[in-house]
Each structure stands twice: as structure tokens, then as C-alpha cells.
Design a protein around this ligand. Structure first.
Ligand code: FAD
Length: 150
């Protein structure tokens, strides 16, 4: 009862939903100095879609603003571990983009150009190098492989 009486009834910001979106909003509000904020979760933190996510993060995607957001996220996760002292299990093995046809190769070249504008690295690598990254990869039907470190 005493707890309820002392419970706050107002806050500068009330975030509803403790999935990755709500938690991220609360985190960034706090970073901006909005410490008088509260997050309301009806069940358990991250018990919604966020619980199911495989946790894959790929940066070179479309549209460009999503790529920029993904890049920001990629750079944020290692800092979270530093800030909180808790390892959030983030690791970055990089990604391989596979082209089986000339058209797909052209599409990857366009993606790489977009990446350059956004500061996202990507490079074409040999099939041998690709197999070093992914030993089970069958490169026989492939036309080209692009490696994305993020
Ligand atoms: C099987 C699966 C695999 C996925 N894999 C990936 C992946 O590899 N990479 C990737 O980037 N994305 C992936 N996703 C997508 C990703 O999980 C979602 O985009 C993300 O989790 C959405 O987060 P959210 O915070 O918006 O929603 P949620 O995580 O669903 O959070 C919403 C929260 O709000 C709460 N809530 C709702 N209504 C109220 C209310 N009225 N009051 C209080 N609380 C409320 C819910 O209980 C819930 O906890 C995957 C999704 C699924 C289902």
C-alpha cells in the first residue's frame, strides 16, 4: 500500500511496451537527459516479438534510412556492453551476399555503391575467400560473392 501511495502518477515521457523498440526509446530518452521517463510493460520485458527474434542484423538493406539505422545499431551494441558491463551477446562475423546471375551481380554492385555513400563497407571476394568464411558454401553455381563486414 505504501508503495502505491508513493508511486508516481506523472512522468515527462511514458513509453508503452518493453520490446526492443520501447527499451531503445527509453534508453535514448535517458541519454538525452529525459530521466523522468517511465516504461510500462504489460507482461515481461521483451516477451513480445523481441523474444522470438533471431537477432540477425544486416546493415546493407533498403531503403537508405533503414540502412543508416541498422548501421547505428551495429555501432551501438558493443557500446552497450561497455556502458552496462553486461555482455549482450553481440558478435559480428560479417555477411556474404551471393549472386547466382549477372543481374544479381549488378544488383550487388548497386548495393555496394549505396553502401559507400552510407559509410558501409562491402567488397567482392574470391570464391576461395568466401569458403574460408563459410566452409560449407557451395560456390559452383555462383557468379559472385560480396562480403559485408557489418
Ligand atoms: C520469429 C521471429 C524472428 C525474428 N528475427 C529477427 C531478426 O533476426 N532480426 C531482426 O532485426 N528482427 C527480427 N524479428 C523482428 C523483431 O523481432 C521485431 O521487429 C521487434 O522485436 C519488434 O519490437 P517491438 O518492441 O516493436 O515489439 P515487441 O517486442 O512485440 O514489444 C511490444 C511490447 O509491448 C507490450 N505491450 C503491448 N501492448 C501493451 C500495453 N497496452 N501496455 C503495456 N505493454 C504493452 C507487449 O507485451 C510487448 O512486450 C523477428 C521476429 C520474429 C517473430
Amino acid at each position: 500500500m505504501a508503495d502505491t501511495e508513493s508511486m508516481k502518477t506523472q512522468a515527462r515521457a511514458v513509453v508503452i511496451g518493453g520490446g526492443v523498440t520501447g527499451c531503445s526509446i527509453l534508453y535514448h530518452l535517458a541519454k538525452m537527459g529525459w530521466t523522468d521517463s517511465v516504461l510500462l510493460e504489460r507482461r515481461e520485458l521483451t516477451s513480445g516479438s523481441s523474444w522470438h527474434a533471431a537477432g540477425n542484423l544486416f546493415v546493407l538493406t533498403s531503403p537508405n534510412n533503414v540502412s543508416a539505422l541498422q548501421k547505428y545499431t551495429f555501432e551501438l551494441y558493443p557500446k552497450l556492453a561497455e556502458e552496462s558491463g553486461q555482455d549482450c551477446g553481440f558478435f559480428a562475423p560479417g555477411g556474404l551476399n551471393l549472386a547466382r546471375t549477372e543481374d544479381q551481380y549488378t544488383a550487388l554492385k548497386m548495393a555496394r555503391s549505396r553502401g559507400k555513400r552510407l559509410g558501409v563497407e562491402a567488397e567482392f571476394i574470391s570464391f576461395e575467400e568466401a569458403r574460408e568464411h563459410a566452409p560449407l558454401l557451395n560456390t559452383d553455381p555462383l557468379h559472385a560473392v560480396m562480403y559485408e563486414p557489418m
